[in-house]
Design a protein around this ligand. Structure first.
Ligand code: GLU
Length: 297
């Protein structure tokens, strides 16, 4: 039953992508309204305001969270628009750079980006290296296979090859849930898509919303098995930027409360799946408790 629902999603998303391209999209228009507070030059917010732009690392190949629309050359998606709300609150323009799973933390540490909104799960190990906002989305781990596959769930992965991204939570997740699977670690999820399409791997495992994006591109793929993990997404902030984190959390709280979160969910997910959702009320501390440290303790 689940699979039929996703097939329907595929058709609708393809159609909407075409209509969206034809009509032009209101990407980046946060619509938050209100006046923009001016911050002192010695704060991160002030520095960004002086530069007139905020640099945000997003995925470029993960619809519906962050993807470069080949028809418009614009980067679009839930993460992209969420970043746009933060830019709006600072009164600056967002500049999006591609952040794959493995370079999200280095990009924050070396100043390539001001923020990461790249389908990034809050984990205790990551929290030791960077700061996180309060959770803004909750995804779940799943498995994707070709429709003629005999894999029906995680229990069938022993001795099979499974693709996921280097630096993603699935390096560890799969080691626990499918210890006898052979992992193929790649830089970006579009490579996993190619590998499963050509039969070079038997399955892909990552967040349900990312796998859905693959089904949009290739409806002969399908999700199997139960939800494997809970993946609360947080906005990545450079370690120790406490004031900036408070500012980002303030914007997030407004977005969750004033209907913009709901609009984003409906626009990028709900209208296709028929799912309804409310903004996550999980706190950062609760998200961290879901994933005790592995490497940093
Ligand atoms: N949410 C998971 C993570 O942060 C998987 C998705 C990704 O690699 O971006 O590792």
């Amino acid at each position: 039953m689940r699979h039929k629902r996703w097939r329907w999603l595929v058709a609708l998303l393809a159609l909407t992508a075409l209509v969206g391209a034809a009509c032009g999209d209101d990407e980046g228009d946060g619509g938050g309204g209100g006046t923009v507070e001016e911050f002192p030059a010695d704060t991160t917010m002030g520095r960004i305001q002086e530069a007139g732009e905020i640099v945000i690392g997003v995925k470029f190949d993960v619809p519906p969270f962050g993807f470069k629309n080949p028809q418009t050359d614009e980067v679009e998606g839930f993460d992209v628009e969420m970043g746009g709300f933060i830019a709006d609150a600072l009164g600056v323009e967002p500049t999006y750079v591609e952040a794959i799973s493995d370079n999200r933390i280095p990009f924050l540490q070396d100043g390539t980006v001001d923020l990461i909104l790249s389908t990034m799960t809050i984990t205790t190990d990551r929290d030791a290296e960077i700061d996180f906002s309060e959770p803004y989305f909750i995804a779940h781990g799943r498995i994707l296979v070709p429709e003629d596959s005999d894999i029906a769930g995680v229990e069938d992965l022993a001795g099979r090859t499974v693709c996921t991204a280097l630096g993603s939570t699935y390096e560890e997740n799969l080691g626990e849930s499918a210890p006898e699977a052979e992992l193929q670690l790649v830089d970006s999820y579009s490579e996993c898509l190619e590998l499963v399409q050509t039969g070079a791997v038997d399955a892909v495992s990552t967040d349900d919303v990312i796998l859905t994006g693959m089904i949009i591109q290739d409806p002969t793929l399908m999700l199997v098995g139960d939800e494997l993990t809970v993946e609360p997404y947080g906005i990545g902030i450079k370690d120790g930027e406490t004031e900036f984190k408070e500012f980002v959390d303030g914007v997030l709280a407004d977005v969750k409360e004033d209907g913009r979160w709901q609009e984003l969910f409906d626009k990028w997910i709900g209208q296709y799946t028929g799912q309804e959702a409310t903004p996550p009320d999980l706190t950062l501390d609760e998200a961290l408790e879901l994933r005790p440290c592995v490497e940093t303790c």
